[in-house]
Design a protein around this ligand. Structure first.
Ligand SMILES: C[S@@+](CC[C@H](N)C(=O)[O-])C[C@H]1O[C@@H](n2cnc3c(N)ncnc32)[C@H](O)[C@@H]1O
Length: 213
């Protein structure tokens, strides 16, 4: 799968690319390309934003700047999914992640300041996605959230089987995963449930099933 990220700060993604699971699939299952709007802006001095029509505080990411960035990379043939990260977007869920992870090529667009000129969302994007009902300073963290969530769905990203029985997965009926425990079996009087130490796989399965929320 190829994912292009359009941002003002490509190096912000460095820490993510050094960590698993993204690092595991990078260069094999995942072709990640980071693009700066400033590299292709048609404006002077690397300008990418402008004052809002109608007045008000803050700057708005310009439509001609984003169009130039997309044209430079795609030459007029963008991928099937071009996603604007924005608080106004459809809320990110595991379903949205699975949907995007099925694509062979996705573009993620990050903004900052006051956000996108609305014509970017209306005419240059296919999707508008929010990572939650709160406002962050820019779309880089949201893009990283989407990237990480997609990367762990790609073949080879996770240890065999560990992605199957997860919260929100089909195997758990879309529910939340059961609790986990590890050694020691007792700590400060806090006990691991007896059933998990019993070695009885049938009872363990039943106990876990009962705790899926
Ligand atoms: C400071 S925010 C803009 C907030 C906008 N003026 C508003 O009130 O909705 C700048 C950028 O950060 C990104 N962003 C902030 N919060 C987000 C969220 N919850 N989900 C996705 N992107 C977000 C978007 O790219 C947004 O355009």
């Amino acid at each position: 799968m190829r994912i292009d990220v359009f941002t003002l700060v490509p190096h912000a993604f460095a820490s993510l690319t050094e960590q698993r699971p993204l690092a595991t699939v990078l260069g094999s299952e995942l072709d990640l390309r980071l693009h700066s709007y400033r590299d292709t802006t048609p404006l002077r001095a690397g300008q990418v934003d402008d004052e809002p029509y109608g007045g008000g505080a803050g700057m708005v990411l310009r439509v001609d700047v984003v169009a130039a960035a997309l044209d430079a990379v795609y030459g007029g043939a963008p991928p099937a999914r071009v996603v604007a990260l924005s608080p106004q977007g459809r809320q990110l869920t595991q379903e949205v992640v699975e949907d995007l992870a099925r694509e062979s090529h996705v573009a993620l667009l990050s903004a900052r300041f006051e956000g996108f000129d609305e014509r970017i969302v209306a005419h240059l994007c296919t999707d508008e996605v929010s990572i939650g009902p709160y406002v962050l300073s820019n779309g880089d963290l949201p893009a990283m959230v989407v990237l990480d969530a997609i990367a762990r769905r790609l073949p080879g990203a996770l240890a065999e089987g560990s992605g199957e029985l997860e919260s929100f997965s089909v195997s758990l009926g879309g529910g939340l995963e059961y609790p986990h425990y590890t050694r020691p079996p007792e700590f400060r009087g806090w006990m691991v449930p007896d059933v998990l130490l019993s070695g009885d796989h049938g009872r363990i399965e039943a106990w876990r099933r009962d705790r899926v929320r």
